[in-house]
Design a protein around this ligand. Structure first.
Ligand code: NAD
Ligand code: ZN
Ligand code: ZN
Length: 344
């Protein structure tokens, strides 16, 4: 028997602390499943969502969280992809239409009808999550819930972003921002045969980046970080992945690209950044955005983790600590990823 009431952390007002309260346990309708949450990572995106940072804001109130891992506890009519007891992840891409030009070409992440977990749908900062079984991640055996949680947003986003740079084995990639996304990005890049230059504004993050295999470390607070990267990589990196939630990192990142290199933007601080037009044109630089990853990217990203090639560094906290975790994330005071663990 399922309980009727669950604990959840709710955004009632943008920019205010989340309200820890009780909500009714949702019932899975036809084509839906109910997931009993075991763990949910805390992404910097949850902070942007709770602050209403982006042009299209979620409707209030809502439950954030899009790195929710749990066990299927209920299935609605017509569900055959998963069954009760399976361990699944409820990622940012909650669902898509399945019929538009983007869905049909393996780009469901940009479907205009896409719904987002923890944004347009209630997410994983709660003891139960409703999900669309066609879009949940299937968690490989051997990965615990807390190990898998960061992979289903931070991991897949970094992995897809690296692929989008088109950097090839033996070439250089810059990972700008060595936090939640970045610490996994460094590991994916190494596993993909790339040389890694890590850029951050925090000494502890850079030391950690080195332990994870970054060969060049650049502290963006010191000297000229663009010149430092260009020198260390012999003319700039073939790929640049900007995960930093900070606008100055974007102009710098474009400057760090080699001639004909590709700079992939995934960090989402609100605002705009200046592009040095002449340099981008004359050096044939590509600048592209990248948004999480498709279900296929997700399966690949999880397979790296299941094979032990990539491991999230996780600090576990209870749901009741969420406001303190948000404060620390805002200050840059979370070493890699906090994962909320749900007991019982
Ligand atoms: P995080 O807070 O864990 O890590 C951010 C890192 O950036 C920290 O290590 C911080 O020290 C570093 N940093 C800050 N300013 C910097 C600068 N000027 N130069 C270099 N590094 C700097 O955050 P996270 O969870 O990794 O998320 C990062 C960003 O990515 C957020 O804006 C988030 O919304 C976005 N995001 C985008 C997608 C997507 O699909 N595009 C998916 C997930 C997250
Ligand atoms: Zn995220
Ligand atoms: Zn679609």
């Amino acid at each position: 028997m399922l309980p009727r009431i669950m604990h959840a952390a709710v955004v009632e007002t943008f920019g205010a602390p989340l309200v820890l309260g009780e909500l009714p346990v949702p019932e899975p309708g036809p084509g839906q499943i109910l997931v009993k949450t075991e763990a949910c990572g805390v992404c910097h995106t949850d902070l942007h969502a709770a602050h209403g940072d982006w042009p299209s804001r979620p409707s209030l109130p809502f439950v954030p969280g899009h790195e929710g891992i749990g066990v299927v506890a209920g299935v609605g009519a017509g569900v055959d992809r998963v069954k009760e007891g399976d361990r699944v992840g409820v990622p940012w891409l909650y669902s898509a239409c399945g019929r538009c030009e983007h869905c049909l070409s393996g780009w469901e992440t940009v479907c205009e009808a896409a719904q987002f977990s923890g944004y347009t749908r209630n997410g994983g900062f709660a003891e139960y999550i409703l999900a669309d079984p066609n879009y949940v991640a299937l968690v490989p055996r051997g990965l615990s819930a807390s190990e898998a949680a960061p992979i289903i947003c931070a991991g897949v986003t970094a992995y897809k972003g690296i692929k989008m740079t088109e950097a090839r084995p033996g070439e250089w990639i810059v990972i700008s921002g060595a936090g939640g996304l970045g610490h996994l990005g460094i590991q994916y890049a190494r596993a993909m045969g790339l040389h890694v230059c890590a850029v951050d504004v925090d000494g502890g993050k850079l030391e950690h980046a080195q332990r994870l295999g970054a060969e060049v470390l650049v502290d963006a607070r010191q000297g000229d970080p663009v010149a430092a990267v260009r020198k260390a990589t012999g003319g700039g990196a073939h790929g640049v992945l900007i995960t930093a939630p900070s606008l100055p990192a974007f102009k710098q990142g474009v400057g760090m690209a080699r001639r004909r290199g590709t700079c992939v933007l995934v960090g989402l601080p609100p605002g705009e950044f200046p592009v040095p037009l002449f340099d981008v044109v004359a050096n044939c630089i590509t600048i592209r955005g990248s948004f999480v990853g498709t279900r296929q990217d997700m399966a690949e990203a999880l397979a790296f983790a299941a094979a032990g090639r990539v491991r999230a560094d996780v600090e576990t906290q209870p749901l009741s600590a969420i406001n303190h975790v948000f404060d620390r994330l805002l200050r840059g005071d979370v070493p890699s990823r906090v994962v909320l663990e749900f007991g019982g």
